[in-house]
Write a protein that binds this ligand. Structure first.
Ligand SMILES: [Zn+2]
Length: 320
């Protein structure tokens, strides 16, 4: 290196040291600042969890949701930016039960080094559904609103453990959320009960509604299994088409987070049996809708689904 180059390199080196030193100092200060004196940084996976953490955490939390509307959690892979957000979080909240199928190893690594919890941890194991051939319980618990109440309690507990000085804030917000969920549970039950009994069959592309069916009294059938990772076979399509045609159920449903081609194949197979079923609408299954729309929240997505299912399967319209 010539002298001139060396002299030029020194200020650059000093600048680098200053920048790095500055970053390190800032991050140490931020980490040492107790959470009680600032917002709690929470990183979440699905939109349903993000929405619940916003409700329960209120102004006390700064929530980063990794999965936006329409994102399929079974197939989601964390980017380098997502990993940074997870590492920077005071608390990580995810669905668990294998929902975030491609993030399992990452979440296990994070759990070993920082506060990390599955929101489904508080659900009694006996309340979980299992399906033949699947090693883990069905992760789609949010469609039973009573089970989602358990998830909400777990979220509030975790926030209060991390930020005990504001435990009363989380308690008040939780109570208000639980009251809303209880009313929602009653509303959904009434809408599904209004469907004529013979037509109480919910057909979707992937098997996300087993908890919904059990809680609200509607039989469910799906072309794919509980994960979207496995492709549907022709035999699956024929089996469900036979069910739709023989029961004369007027509609099957597509899903916001799953491509519609399997349901299109199903309706074609049903038509070959001489029965014309139609698409009853697009259900919000593994993700809520766009923020700012009625279905952009967890209660809104459940209400929208129940209304679509009820009206497409022949329930009389709501009064008023
Ligand atoms: Zn799913």
């Amino acid at each position: 290196m010539t002298d001139r180059r060396r002299w030029r390199a020194i200020p650059l080196l000093v600048l680098c040291v200053l920048l790095l030193g500055g970053c390190a100092a800032r991050s140490v200060t931020a980490d040492r600042e107790p959470v009680a004196a600032r917002q709690v940084r929470v990183t979440t996976t699905t939109t349903m969890i993000t929405d619940a953490v916003r409700r329960i955490g209120g102004d006390r939390v700064q929530v980063t949701g990794l999965m936006g509307p329409g994102v399929d959690p079974h197939l989601f892979k964390a980017s380098a930016r997502d990993v940074r957000s997870l590492r920077d979080a005071d608390l990580i909240l995810y669905g668990g039960l294998g929902l975030e199928g491609k993030m399992g190893d990452l979440l296990a690594d994070l759990a070993a080094r920082q506060p990390t919890a599955a929101v489904t941890d508080g659900i009694p194991r006996a309340a979980l559904l299992t399906h033949p051939g699947s090693p883990e319980p069905d992760p789609h618990v949010w469609f039973d609103v009573a089970l989602w109440e358990d998830c909400a309690r777990t979220i509030a507990d975790r926030l209060a453990t991390l930020d005990p000085q504001h435990a009363d804030v989380y308690r008040v917000n939780l109570d208000s959320y639980l009251a809303e969920l209880s009313a929602l549970d009653t509303e959904v039950r009434a809408r599904i009960a209004a469907i004529p009994p013979a037509q109480r069959l919910l057909v979707t592309s992937h098997d996300a509604f087993a908890y919904f069916g059990r809680r609200y009294g509607i039989e469910v059938a799906a072309i794919q299994g509980i994960s979207t990772a496995a492709e549907a076979t022709t035999a699956d399509v024929e089996r469900v088409a036979e069910l739709l045609a023989s029961r004369r159920v007027p509609a099957a449903f597509i899903e916001t987070s799953v491509p519609r081609r399997t349901v299109d194949a199903l309706l074609a197979a049903t038509a070959e049996r001489g029965f014309g079923a139609h698409i009853g609408g697009e259900l919000y299954t593994d993700s809520a809708g766009e923020p700012g729309t009625p279905e952009g929240t967890y209660p809104g997505m459940v209400r929208t689904n129940a209304e679509l299912i009820a009206s497409a399967l022949g329930a009389p319209g709501r009064e008023g």
